[in-house]
Design a protein around this ligand. Structure first.
Ligand SMILES: C[S@@+](CC[C@H](N)C(=O)[O-])C[C@H]1O[C@@H](n2cnc3c(N)ncnc32)[C@H](O)[C@@H]1O
Length: 241
C-alpha cells in the first residue's frame, strides 16, 4: 500500500465531505425555520421506522441514532420510554423556533430526554457492544468514509441487538450513469450533499459479513434492480455473532 497515495485519497474525500457538510448545514437551517420543514423531515420516508416498529415492539434499553441531524430528532420519536437515547452528528445542534408552537413543542419534547453529541460516525465515542438499537437513517451517502462508519455501527451494537439502516441505492447501470453525470454536473446540490453512491443490496451483504441476520429489507422491483434506483433502501438486522 502506498501511504502517500492513500493520504491524498483521504484528503480528497475529506474536502468533498466538508463541501457536503456546508450544503447540509444550509439545508437544515432552512428546514428548521418553519413548521413544514420540521414535519417534512420527520415524515419524509417511513420505510425504516415501519420495519423497526414491526421488529421491536417495546422500547429498547439503549438507542443510538448516527447522523441524527442537527434538529436532534431523527428516529428518537419512535421510542419515548427508552432510558438511554443518544443522537450523534457532526453539525452544531439547531435550536428550533419556527413560531408554530405545535411544531416547536414537539421537537422540544422529543429532544428533552435524549442526548445530542457532536461527532462523526466513523469514530463513535462509545464502547463496543453497548447499544441495543443503532440506526443510521439516510446518512451513509453523506459521510466521508462509509465503510468505517458501518464498521463502527456494527461494533457498538450489542449481541442480540438491532441495526436499522437506510440509504438511496442504484442498479449497476444507474450507478455507472451517475458516475458520468457527477463528472458533468458536479455543481448540482444533490451531488455536493451526497459524495457517495451505493449499489442495490450492497449494505445487506456487508451486514451479513459482519455476523448480522437480515430481518427486513425493502428490495427494488425487478426493473428497478436492473436499470433504476431504489430510494431509501432500508434494512433491519439482528447481531448474532
Ligand atoms: C439527510 S441527513 C439525515 C438526518 C436524519 N438521520 C434524518 O433521517 O432525518 C444526513 C445527516 O448525516 C450527517 N452526517 C454527515 N456526515 C456524517 C458523519 N461522518 N458522521 C455522522 N453523521 C454525518 C449530516 O450532518 C446530516 O445531519
Amino acid at each position: 500500500m502506498n501511504p502517500i497515495k492513500n493520504k491524498t485519497l483521504h484528503d480528497n474525500r475529506n474536502s468533498f465531505w466538508k463541501i457536503a457538510q456546508l450544503a447540509e448545514n444550509k439545508y437544515w437551517r432552512t428546514r428548521c425555520s418553519d413548521a413544514i420543514g420540521i414535519f417534512y423531515e420527520m415524515g419524509e420516508d417511513l420505510d425504516l421506522p415501519w420495519m423497526l416498529q414491526k421488529t421491536l415492539k417495546r422500547n429498547p434499553q439503549s438507542f443510538l441514532d448516527v447522523g441524527v441531524g442537527p434538529m436532534g430528532v431523527g428516529l428518537h420519536w419512535m421510542y419515548p420510554k427508552t432510558p438511554i437515547r443518544i443522537g450523534i452528528d457532526p453539525l452544531t445542534k439547531i435550536n428550533v423556533l419556527t413560531g408554530n408552537s405545535y411544531a416547536d413543542k414537539l421537537v422540544e419534547e422529543i429532544c428533552r430526554d435524549s442526548w445530542y453529541s457532536r461527532g462523526r460516525g466513523e469514530e463513535l465515542p462509545f464502547r463496543s457492544n453497548f447499544f441495543e438499537l443503532v440506526v443510521c437513517h439516510n446518512v451513509l451517502d453523506h459521510v466521508s468514509e462509509p465503510i468505517s462508519m458501518l464498521n463502527e455501527v456494527c461494533r457498538v451494537t450489542q449481541k442480540g441487538g438491532y441495526v436499522g439502516i437506510s440509504v438511496d441505492t442504484n442498479s449497476r447501470l444507474g450507478n455507472f450513469l451517475r458516475k458520468i453525470d457527477r463528472k458533468l454536473r458536479s455543481h448540482l446540490n444533490t451531488y455536493k450533499q451526497h459524495p457517495h453512491d451505493f449499489i442495490i443490496g450492497e449494505i445487506g451483504e456487508f451486514l451479513k459479513s459482519k455476523g448480522f441476520d437480515i430481518l427486513f429489507v425493502n428490495n427494488a422491483s425487478f426493473l428497478g434492480g436492473l436499470l433504476g434506483r431504489r430510494r431509501r433502501q432500508s434494512w433491519v438486522a439482528i447481531k448474532t455473532l
